[in-house]
Design a binder for this molecule. Structure first.
Ligand code: ATP
Length: 606
């Protein structure tokens, strides 16, 4: 029995009528198909001199069968295609909405090619081998059962013999198709790997060309391609083997029945020549279901398993994350329990207050107040601590710059603040509220996070700034002005197509669009992680200048470029070393201190 998962339930939701009509159509079609051998028998017996039937009756019967076949075939085609296309549409919509609800870290726990392959190649296989096959399998079953009944009516002995002999192709198909499910699974994994390669290939094409590594990539492609094709070949061979066994055994059965019925007709005269012809036709409808059903069913089952596989993958990441999250939460709880009881009480009080407000996220006031990192310890893997008891306070409205050598943990701090990573111990509070209690949704709503890698959708400038939503014209013009996009918009217009990932824009323009996006959201907190890394000095200055001019916003900027024009304008500079803030102060203070910042600044200047 078919066990639906929440994904595959979408195949049948609001779609049962289409499926029912398609199955009804195929059932009527089976009746029409089964009438044909009987028509042959009547016609041949009439031509051999039997006066049981009239020519007028035969003509009327022929016309009736033809009409029945025509209308049921049209209905089947219409409803079958309607059923399968709606099923695919609903499945994809559900999967997309489900993925959109996932946490960022959960989404990226799988390679994106898993999603691509599940919703393209795998889904097409499910459509062809499962959804489209449901009415066909019903038709085959109907024809098989109907053929048996008609045969029994003609001659019980021959019908029983046909039934027994038809078991040969049935077992042959069953035996030869036993690996089908496993091969289908393996092929799906290979397809996902191939898609992952293609994704790297297309995104990294410029790098491949500029580093002249075409030959290596050609080799890598060859290897991945070969692996995929090898599995495909195994699957094809399995299908061929099933078909071959079915054909050979079916041929033996058909011949046996023909000889047997002809023998009975000529020696015992208990059946007519017309019946022999009818039997030779009807046996097809008995052999075909028995020989093709096992392979069709195993193919359909294997294809259906792909939905289970996809569902398990997207669920498993969440479950895993929950387990890891719970473990980390437990560790964190233990850590907190070591802290003073007063603080603990405050925390519980806060938690209850937040819980009381849960479900009212929309109505909550925006996150204001200072950001406080308290004793944050964090590592990606055991034994490699990135942050070692980091303390950092960013007051409301402050513009703070994080500096440090490569790998000192600057980006990690922002990721932990965004709840994209979870610290093993310590707390982060925004306006007194623990970010662990706030949840990812609220944090993403209140904090703009601009990263070095800007993603530009393949749409217009307007769509990319407003992210496909309607936004007020004055607001749009204001952010365009503040993000320094005036010249670009004046020259190209808001409906200018940016190209795939902004291929038709410069690096600075792409980055300004991402700033305009953030400005439009008017969040109280803005984080920027090395957003000017790919820009020249002048553009870097212009982009950062835009950020520093935003009022009423707390900003944490991770910078690489130590430009005094920017550093002298920010409220505070925090320099990281050994997983902690080594030094902090304004630009002049830190220079006068002649400490770690001074050394970094002069190394950069040289
Ligand atoms: N997803 C990850 N998995 C494992 N280790 C990671 C991951 N991301 C970063 N790291 C490691 O954690 C350390 C801190 O990385 P992080 O990106 O926070 O540093 P950073 O100061 O921002 O560096 P940079 O200036 O080079 O961007 C580095 O040693 C890095 O290799």
């Amino acid at each position: 029995m078919l066990k639906c998962n929440p994904l595959s339930r979408n195949f049948f939701k609001n779609n049962s009528l289409n499926l029912f009509m398609a199955v009804l159509g195929t059932s009527v079609l089976s009746l029409a198909i089964l009438s044909v051998p009987q028509l042959f028998q009547i016609l041949i017996d009439y031509l051999s001199g039997s006066r049981e039937y009239s020519l007028r009756g035969i003509i009327l019967l022929t016309a009736g069968i033809f009409l029945m076949e025509f209308f049921s075939a049209v209905a089947t085609y219409f409803f079958r295609t309607k059923f399968s296309t709606r099923a695919v549409l609903q499945y994809r919509n559900f999967a997309c909405d489900y993925l959109l609800k996932k946490k960022v870290a959960d989404f990226y726990a799988s390679n994106s090619s898993v999603y691509l392959s599940a919703l393209s190649t795998d889904l097409m296989k499910i459509k062809e081998q499962f959804l489209d096959q449901i009415p066909i399998i019903t038709q085959i079953l109907f024809c098989g059962i109907g053929a048996m009944i008609v045969m029994l009516r003609y001659n019980v002995f021959l019908a029983c013999m046909s039934c027994v002999l038809s078991l040969i192709p049935f077992f042959a198909a069953l035996y030869s198709g036993k690996n089908m499910g496993e091969l289908e699974d393996r092929l799906s994994t290979r397809n996902a790997e191939y898609l992952a390669f293609l994704k790297d290939f297309s995104i990294g094409f410029t790098i491949i060309k500029s580093y002249k590594v075409e030959a290596i990539f050609s080799k890598l492609h060859g290897a991945v391609n070969e692996k995929t094709e090898e599995t495909m070949l195994k699957r094809e061979r399995c299908v061929e083997k099933v078909n071959y066994f079915a054909a050979i055994s079916g041929y033996i059965t058909r011949l046996s029945i023909l000889f047997l019925s002809a023998y009975i007709a000529f020696t015992r005269h208990s059946i007519s020549i017309g019946t022999v012809i009818a039997f030779s036709q009807l046996i097809h409808y008995l052999i075909d279901p028995l020989s093709s059903l096992p392979s069709m069913l195993s193919e359909a089952k294997a294809a259906y398993r792909l939905t289970d596989k996809f569902w398990d993958t997207i669920k498993r990441e969440e479950e895993l994350r929950k387990v890891v999250g719970n473990k980390k939460a437990l560790e964190q709880q233990e850590f907190i329990e070591h802290q003073s009881t007063t603080e603990h009480k405050d925390r519980v009080g806060d938690k209850i207050a937040i819980e009381e407000q849960s479900g009212m996220a929309e109505a909550l006031p925006s996150l204001r107040g200072e950001i406080l990192f308290n004793q944050i310890c964090f590592s990606y893997s055991e034994g490699k601590e990135v942050l070692k008891g980091l303390n950092l306070r960013v007051k409301e409205g402050e513009k703070v710059v994080l500096l440090g050598t490569s790998g000192s943990g600057k980006s990690s701090i922002l990721k932990i603040l965004m709840s994209m990573e979870r610290a093993q111990s310590g707390t982060i509070r925004i306006g007194g509220q623990d970010t662990m209690d706030l949840g990812e949704d609220r944090i993403f709503k209140e904090i703009s996070y601009i990263q070095q890698e800007v993603f530009i959708f393949d749409g217009t400038i307007r769509e990319n700034i407003c992210l496909f939503q309607n936004c007020r014209e004055e607001e749009l013009q204001s952010v365009i002005e503040r993000a320094g996009l005036r010249n670009l918009v004046k020259e190209k217009g808001l409906d200018y197509l940016c190209g795939e990932n902004g291929a038709a824009l410069s690096g600075g323009e792409r980055q300004r669009i991402s700033i305009a996006r953030s400005l439009l959201r008017k969040t109280p907190i803005l984080l920027a992680d090395e957003i000017t890394a790919s820009l020249d000095k002048e553009n870097t200055y212009l982009v950062l200048d835009t950020l520093l001019n935003i009022e009423n916003t707390t900003e944490i900027l991770v910078l690489h470029d130590l430009d005094s024009r920017i550093l002298s304008r920010v409220d505070r500079i925090c320099v990281l070393k050994n997983g902690k803030v080594e030094e902090e102060g304004n630009f002049t203070e830190l220079l006068e201190k002649k400490g770690y910042f001074y050394a970094l600044y002069h190394v950069e200047a040289e």
